[in-house]
Design a protein around this ligand. Structure first.
Ligand SMILES: [Fe+2]
Ligand SMILES: [Fe+2]
Length: 193
């Protein structure tokens, strides 16, 4: 799915389903961070008009997702907790190139975003297929579709705006790295846990 090297063990959905308040809080902050990441890309690359336009739409959509999640948290009598540390995203951030050319850093930031969208999409799919709660199953199905579109958008801009990066080769490096990394996850009640 989306080139991912390793799919999530569906038993992770049981861990998530039995800790709904935790997974929803973590999920809410994932959406906020996705919006922030889109805004950062806009701030650093204002010369690309189409990118500014598309990523503005993504930032708004991610905050709409945030709002949907906090509405569910409220409706179910939970409270939004503080942001959880996301070790998975931290490790992806360390993998991304920051010391090369400006274009290399830019392309890797897009691929970093595409990678998180791909795995989040896959995790939402696992939730939508394995969670008994019908309202949440539908919610996660809808979000899965939305995040798959974001994944496509980030990869599209990486391919469009590369000047000195072989995007297909670099993307394979990302997929290989993530495939190794994710082997030590799948055990916690976080979206990337
Ligand atoms: Fe989202
Ligand atoms: Fe997204």
């Amino acid at each position: 799915m989306l080139g991912l090297k390793l799919l999530t063990d569906p038993r992770w959905a049981n861990i998530a389903a039995s800790n709904l308040d935790e997974i929803l809080t973590d999920h809410a902050w994932c959406e906020q961070k996705a919006a922030s990441n889109a805004i950062t890309l806009i701030t650093q690359n204002p010369e690309h008009e189409d990118l500014v336009h598309e990523l503005t739409a993504i930032a708004i959509e991610e905050m709409q997702h945030f709002q949907m999640v906090i509405d569910i948290i409220k409706a179910r009598g939970y409270t939004l907790g503080r942001e959880r540390k996301d070790d998975y995203v931290g490790q992806l951030m360390r993998f991304s190139k920051k010391d090369g050319s400006r274009n290399q850093a830019f392309i890797d930031r897009l691929l970093f975003a595409a990678m998180i969208e791909a795995r989040s999409c896959e995790r939402f799919r696992v939730l939508s297929k394995n969670i008994d709660d019908q309202e949440l199953a539908k919610f996660y199905h809808d979000l899965m579709v939305s995040e798959a579109n974001h994944y496509t958008t980030f990869l599209h801009f990486a391919r469009k705006y590369t000047t000195d990066v072989d995007v297909d080769k670099r993307w394979q490096e990302w997929l290989d790295f993530e495939g190794e990394l994710i082997q030590s996850y799948g055990k916690k009640e976080y979206i990337h846990g």
